[in-house]
Design a protein around this ligand. Structure first.
Ligand code: SF4
Ligand code: FES
Length: 252
């Protein structure tokens, strides 16, 4: 396949950035989108040009590091698929593909297609702030397995725990809201017995940190769930809102 790429290039956080057009050749339909970018970078380096900076790690859909807006869609045209698992067979020879980074005030651009997602880390943070953790001793694996958990709760907790923290929900939301991410984290811990001790503090601290980071409010657009590669349900946002109301009464 021969493609035309329109790629966001930005030297650093202060650079204004711009779209630059590249021709790339010898792309196999069996390549992943990131492998196509590897090939593009090899061709750029051969020409003495600066390669395109983009984030990635596992390339298996489990780490949440990859994330590109492809033709205006976070993670591209295939639903329930991370950028690293998107294959070039979803495109056609001769296509023009526009590739941009996540766009959100809370995710400032570091370089080209790489954004700073440490706002998510600060929502999760373990050292006394925010709350995406369980600080009580769960007694190790044998004891934890001995705690009976209703199957429906365990299944729902696993659904929420599938969130890989990629940030596509924020990128897709017209308000750049992080509600789906936070709701997934609040949901998966709040459904398990080990998560009950800190349940009220957790939701209050995580939502407070989310607001401090500059994410927008949720207005029920649903774009987040549509873009989520792990199909996190909007129901978790409703569940978190219930937890918030209860926690406000208990702690207020
Ligand atoms: S909720 Fe979905 S889109 Fe948002 S960070 Fe988690 S996996 Fe990514
Ligand atoms: S590189 Fe890990 S999820 Fe894509």
């Amino acid at each position: 396949m021969n493609l035309t790429l329109r790629v966001w290039r930005q030297k650093n956080a202060k650079d204004r950035g711009r779209i630059v057009e590249y021709k790339v050749h010898d792309v196999s339909p069996d390549m992943s989108f990131l492998e196509m970018l590897d090939v593009t970078n090899e061709q750029l380096i051969e020409k003495g040009e600066e390669p395109i900076a983009f984030d990635h790690d596992c390339r298996e859909g489990i780490c949440g590091m990859c994330g590109l807006v492809i033709n205006g869609i976070p993670h591209g045209p295939e639903s329930a698929t991370t950028t690293c698992q998107l294959h070039m067979r979803n495109f056609s020879n001769g296509d023009t593909i526009t590739i941009e980074p996540w766009r959100a005030r809370a995710f400032p651009i570091i370089r080209d297609l790489i954004v700073d997602r440490t706002a998510f880390d600060r929502i999760i943070r373990v050292d006394g702030k925010a709350g995406g953790f369980v600080s009580i001793s769960t007694g190790g694996v044998p004891d934890a397995n001995a705690i009976p958990i209703p199957k429906d709760d365990a299944d729902l907790a696993m659904d929420a725990a599938a969130c890989v923290g990629c940030g596509a929900c924020v990128a897709a939301c017209p308000n750049a809201s992080a509600m789906l991410f936070v709701a997934a984290k609040v949901g998966h811990l709040g459904l398990l017995p080990q998560g009950q001790t800190e349940r009220h503090n957790r939701v209050l601290r995580m939502v407070s940190q989310m607001d401090k980071e500059g994410f927008g409010g949720c207005t029920n657009m649903g774009e987040c769930a549509a873009a989520c590669p792990k199909e996190i349900s909007l129901d978790f946002i409703a569940r978190m809102n219930c937890d918030m109301i209860k926690a406000s009464f208990v702690k207020g």
